[in-house]
Design a binder for this molecule. Structure first.
Ligand code: FES
Length: 198
């Protein structure tokens, strides 16, 4: 089913529009509204924002794909972000990533586990270099990580989920399928640009 903006999201975007000299000025914040409602920013979400701001979908697509911090797919309920920058890399992060991949049965790169509980991705320095190797799970930092500590953290997440706690399970679908992106791009006037990494 195509994504629709809720009344609340629409009202939020309308109020943003009223606060800026041009509609285009609130594009980044309007995309955040979509992301909050949907859990990610889909092609449908981009098209709806474009319509509200009087922009072409191509402009919105260009902005979303320029900034890496917009979610273009749904992460797991527990989003594991492993730092791949120098200090953590030197202190064995590669080995730790392999450990998590084996434990969760999912490759590092953003994919979710089959049950939707976990996703694993590499990020740049999370500013916890003093406690390297460091990982972030949702909003929590964990420093001086070891394989044992990782096992404990994963088990704690599972326990929290089983007890009905933690953040809500993210919605599906997990991402725009390559075929949809390939169909969407020509409609944006982007010709035969190949979708990368989808
Ligand atoms: S290098 Fe990993 S937290 Fe800074």
């Amino acid at each position: 089913m195509p994504f629709e903006l809720s009344e609340r999201s629409r009202a939020e975007i309308e109020s943003l529009i009223a606060r800026y000299p041009t509609k285009k000025s609130c594009l980044l914040l309007a995309l955040r509204v979509v992301e909050r409602q949907q859990g990610w920013v889909s092609l449908d979400g981009m098209a709806l924002v474009a319509a509200m701001l009087g922009l072409s979908p191509a402009e919105v697509y260009g902005v979303v794909t320029f900034y890496p911090h917009y979610k273009r797919e749904v992460h797991g309920k527990y989003r594991l972000m492993v730092c791949g920058t120098l200090t953590c890399a030197l202190l064995g992060m590669k080995r730790l990533v392999r450990h998590i991949e084996e434990r969760l049965g999912v490759a590092c790169g953003g994919a979710r586990t089959a049950d939707g509980l976990f996703s694993l991705e590499k990020v740049e320095c999370i500013a916890a270099c003093g406690g390297a190797p460091a990982i972030q799970i949702n909003d929590q930092y964990h420093e001086n990580v070891t394989p044992q500590k990782l096992d404990d953290l994963i088990a704690a997440c599972r326990r929290e989920h089983a007890a009905g706690g933690g953040p809500p399970m993210p919605p599906g679908p997990v991402r725009d399928e390559p075929a949809r992106v390939a169909h969407f791009l020509p409609a944006l006037g982007l010709g035969r640009v190949a979708p990368v990494g989808v």
